[in-house]
Design a binder for this molecule. Structure first.
Ligand code: AMP
Ligand code: GLY
Length: 422
C-alpha cells in the first residue's frame, strides 16, 4: 500500500524508516520530508495549510494511509478534513487535538475529572494573575494557552517575572493565546509515557525521558529536545497503573462523553513527585526526539499497528518490544535555539559504516544538487541501542566524532540521571 507521512523532523524520518521496513508498504511519500527521508521515500513539498492541495496529491499518488507527525496540522484539523474525504488517517481530530492545542482545555478536563496536575488558574487578565499570585508561593509557571512551539512556558521566581511574562501573552506575542494558565511549580522528575489510541482501546507505546535544556547539566534555554533515552526506569509498574487510572482513562472518557474519539499517538508529559504522577502536558503526537528512541525498540510491524488503529481495530494487535535500551543525541546547528546559519555542508555521513542497531535520523537537512546541507536548528539524531546506557552514549559520541561536523554541537551528558543510577 502507498503510505504518506506528514512532517519533516527526526521523528518523521524514524517513522519513515519503520514504514520502509514493513512488508505492507509499497511507496512512501513524505510531506515535506528531509534529506534522510528522501533516500527511502518520495519527498513532496506542499503547503500543509492548503488542505485541498494535500488531498489532491494523496488521491493522485493513490495513497491509502496518511500518518500525521507534528501537532500543527492536527490542531488545524487536517485529520477531520481527510477523513471527511474518506482517506484513512492516523492522528486525532481537531477537537481531541486541543489536548495539545489548548492548555486551558486540558486543565478544564483535569478539574472535571479530578486528574492530578499542578494547582492552577486560567487567567484572562492581569487581575486574575494578581489574585493567584496573592494566594500562592513562588516559583510559579506561566503558560500561554495555545501552541507556541515550546516557547510559551516560563518558570518564574519573582512576582515581576510572572507579571511581565503574563503581559507579553495578553499583548498577543503568542498569536494563538489570548489567555494563559498560571500554575504552581512541581518539584520532581519529568518522564514521558506514550500510548497508541483508537475509538475502542489504547495500548502502551513506550516510555522516555528527554533533555529540553540546550547545555550540559540542564542549563540554558529550552529547546525542542537535545536527546532522549528509552525506557524511562522512573516509570515503574505501580506508577504506570496510576498514570492509566488517574490520568489517561478519565481523559479518554471525557472525549468519549463528547463523542469525539481519540485516534493516534498520545504523549503524556508527567512530573513524578514522591511516586505520584502529575500531568504536566499532553501532546497529540509522538515526541521528537522521543520517537527516535522508541521506534527502534519496536518489534511488531509498525504499519500493521498504524493501519489497525486508523481502522479502530487496535484491539486485535499485540505490540511487542525488543529488550534493548536506546538513546539518541541531537546534533544542532551552532547558535540554536537562538540564531543559527543554514545551508552549511555536512560531509562524512556517507563514510560511516553503521552497524545493526545504529541509526542516523535526519531532521534539519536538505539535499541541494545531491549534496547534504543543514536546514534547521536540530540537524541530525544519532540513535543507538544496547544493554547499558553509558556504553550506548559512548558509542553515539564515537559516531558524532566521526561525523565531525564543524557547525554542530551536542550535549555530552544525555541520560545523566539514569547513568548515575545504573
Ligand atoms: P509544557 O509545555 O507544559 O510541557 O511545559 C514545558 C516545560 O516546562 C516542561 O517540560 C517542564 O520542564 C516545565 N514545566 C511545565 N509545567 C511545570 C510545573 N508545573 N512545574 C515544574 N515544571 C514545569
Ligand atoms: N521532545 C518534546 C516534544 O516532542 O514535545
Amino acid at each position: 500500500m502507498n503510505i504518506a507521512i506528514i512532517g519533516s523532523g527526526g521523528r518523521e524520518h524514524a517513522i519513515c524508516q519503520k514504514i520502509y521496513e514493513s512488508p505492507l508498504s509499497k511507496k512512501i511519500y513524505c510531506i515535506p520530508g528531509n534529506a534522510g527521508t528522501a533516500k527511502i521515500a518520495v519527498n513532496l513539498s506542499i503547503n500543509l495549510n492548503n488542505f485541498k492541495k494535500v488531498l489532491q496529491v494523496i488521491k493522485f499518488y493513490k495513497i491509502k494511509l496518511v500518518i500525521i507527525g507534528p501537532e500543527e496540522p492536527l490542531v488545524n484539523g487536517l485529520s477531520d478534513f481527510l477523513r471527511k474525504h474518506r482517506i484513512k488517517v492516523f492522528g486525532p481530530n481537531k477537537y481531541a487535538a486541543k489536548l495539545e492545542g489548548s492548555k486551558s482545555f486540558v486543565k478544564y478536563i483535569c478539574r472535571k475529572k479530578n486528574i492530578p496536575t499542578a494547582k492552577f488558574k486560567i487567567c484572562k487578565n492581569k487581575n486574575d494573575v494578581i489574585q493567584f499570585l496573592k494566594k500562592n508561593k513562588l516559583p510559579l509557571v506561566v503558560k500561554a494557552d495555545g501552541l507556541a512551539a515550546g516557547k510559551g512556558v516560563a518558570i518564574c521566581n519573582t512576582k515581576n517575572q510572572v507579571l511581565d511574562f503574563s503581559n507579553t501573552i495578553f499583548k498577543g506575542k503568542y498569536k494563538s493565546s489570548k489567555k494563559l494558565v498560571l500554575e504552581e511549580y512541581l518539584d520532581g522528575e519529568e518522564a514521558s509515557y506514550f500510548l497508541v489510541v483508537d475509538k475502542e482501546t489504547f495500548k502502551f507505546f513506550g516510555t522516555a525521558q528527554d533533555h529540553k535544556r540546550v547545555y550540559v547539566n540542564d542549563k540554558g534555554p529550552n529547546t525542542g529536545g537535545m536527546g532522549a533515552y528509552s525506557p524511562a526506569p522512573l516509570i515503574t509498574k505501580k506508577i504506570e497503573n496510576k498514570i492509566i487510572n488517574k490520568i489517561v482513562k478519565p481523559t479518554l472518557d471525557y472525549l468519549k462523553s463528547k463523542k469525539k474519539f481519540y485516534n493516534g499517538f498520545l504523549y503524556v508529559g508527567l512530573m513524578i513527585k514522591n511516586n505520584e504522577p502529575y500531568l504536566i502536558e499532553y501532546n497529540v503526537r509522538m515526541g521528537d526526539p522521543e520517537c527516535q528512541v522508541i521506534l527502534p525498540r519496536l518489534k511488531t510491524d509498525f504499519v500493521k499497528i498504524i493501519l489497525k488503529t486508523a481502522e479502530n481495530k487496535l484491539k486485535r494487535i499485540k505490540i511487542n518490544w525488543n529488550k534493548f535500551k536506546s538513546m539518541t543525541i541531537v546534533i544542532c546547528s551552532k547558535g540554536y535555539p537562538g540564531k543559527y546559519q543554514n545551508q552549511i555542508k555536512i560531509k562524512n555521513l556517507e563514510k560511516l559504516n553503521l552497524k545493526r542497531n545504529e541509526f542516523i535520523f535526519h531532521a534539519g537537512t536538505i539535499l541541494l544538487n545531491k549534496i547534504l546541507f543543514s536546514n534547521g536548528g536540530r540537524v541530525l539524531n544519532i540513535t543507538t541501542l544496547g544493554n547499558n546506557f553509558l556504553l550506548i552514549r559512548k558509542n553515539i559520541i564515537r559516531l558524532i566524532k566521526k561525523i565531525n561536523w564543524k557547525n554542530g554541537f551536542f550535549r555530552k551528558d544525555i541520560g545523566w540521571r539514569v547513568i548515575k543510577k545504573q
